[in-house]
Design a protein. Structure first.
Length: 273
């Protein structure tokens, strides 16, 4: 049995199927870990959702910002952006079942020495703390008040974590860290406008996984979200968003031996990766 972590899909269904052929994925024996952002911008979001949902226990998915955006749009808490490609999902006959399934997915999965998350962990959070905080938001997403959460989810404030936070501010910081974080300062204050290459990070900030003394550094965190960062493999951080959507490859990482697998993008949405 092998476990493969796969970078952001974002509706690139054909490339996903090619990657699974490349790794000779066997759903009866192997498992897939998806770093989130199954949907949006690419042409096959509906196919991706149906396929991953159909994998059942063979797949673990953590939620990304685009997945949450789809759920918020479906609840009327957000509008579609001009670059969104979610109409097919929203008009599908099995829409309700797909959205319900998506809402049941996790924000963080920890197993052995690996942690799976879409964007990152704040430096103050140990893995144990992060697991507890993820459960707080997951319980809201799976509960009766999820529509109210989506109505108040968006926003950049507060920028950092405090144990004293409560209510929607607490939930928003947790959600933003898990699904939007790229860079922060040494105290964990997040900056959300930056999306570029490491060499262009504003003064005073750094990649979240390079903050000195971060509490999760004993684990290996697998994440995506940052296509401009590209593939990065270190002892305690594995970045897998290699920008298939923009013309880069789609990447899988086998946990057991840390081997990488890639397939090329067939039809990039834009050639700016």
């Amino acid at each position: 049995m092998s476990t493969y972590a796969i970078g952001d899909i974002q509706g690139c269904y054909n490339e996903l199927r090619q990657l699974l052929e490349e790794i000779r994925f066997d759903s009866a024996q192997d498992r897939l870990w998806f770093v989130g952002d199954l949907v949006n911008r690419g042409p096959g979001s509906l196919q991706v959702l149906r396929f991953v949902k159909g994998l059942g226990d063979s797949a673990i998915t953590v939620l990304g910002n685009h997945d949450l955006h789809l759920l918020a749009v479906a609840e009327g808490a957000a509008g579609l952006h001009h670059s969104d490609t979610l109409d097919e999902v929203l008009k599908a006959p099995d829409r309700d079942g797909l959205l319900y399934w998506l809402r049941q997915q996790r924000l963080l999965h920890a197993e052995g020495n690996y942690v799976l998350v879409h964007a990152g962990l704040l430096p103050q959070w140990s893995v144990e703390t992060a697991e507890g905080l993820a459960r707080e938001v997951e319980n809201v997403l799976r509960g009766n008040d999820y529509a109210e959460f989506f109505a108040r989810m968006y926003g950049n404030n507060p920028h950092g974590w405090s144990d004293d936070l409560d209510g929607i501010k607490r939930l928003r910081v947790i959600t933003n860290a898990f699904t939007r974080l790229r860079i922060c300062d040494a105290q964990g204050e997040m900056e959300f406008k930056f999306k570029g290459e490491v060499e262009k990070i504003p003064a005073g900030y750094m990649p979240w996984f390079e903050v000195p003394g971060r509490m999760s550094q004993e684990a290996t965190v697998i994440f995506g979200h940052w296509s401009a960062l590209g593939l990065k493999v270190t002892p305690n951080a594995i970045a897998l968003d290699t920008g298939c959507l923009w013309g880069g490859p789609m990447t899988a990482f086998r946990l057991e031996d840390r081997q990488l697998f890639q397939v090329n993008c067939n039809s990039p949405v834009a050639k700016n990766w």
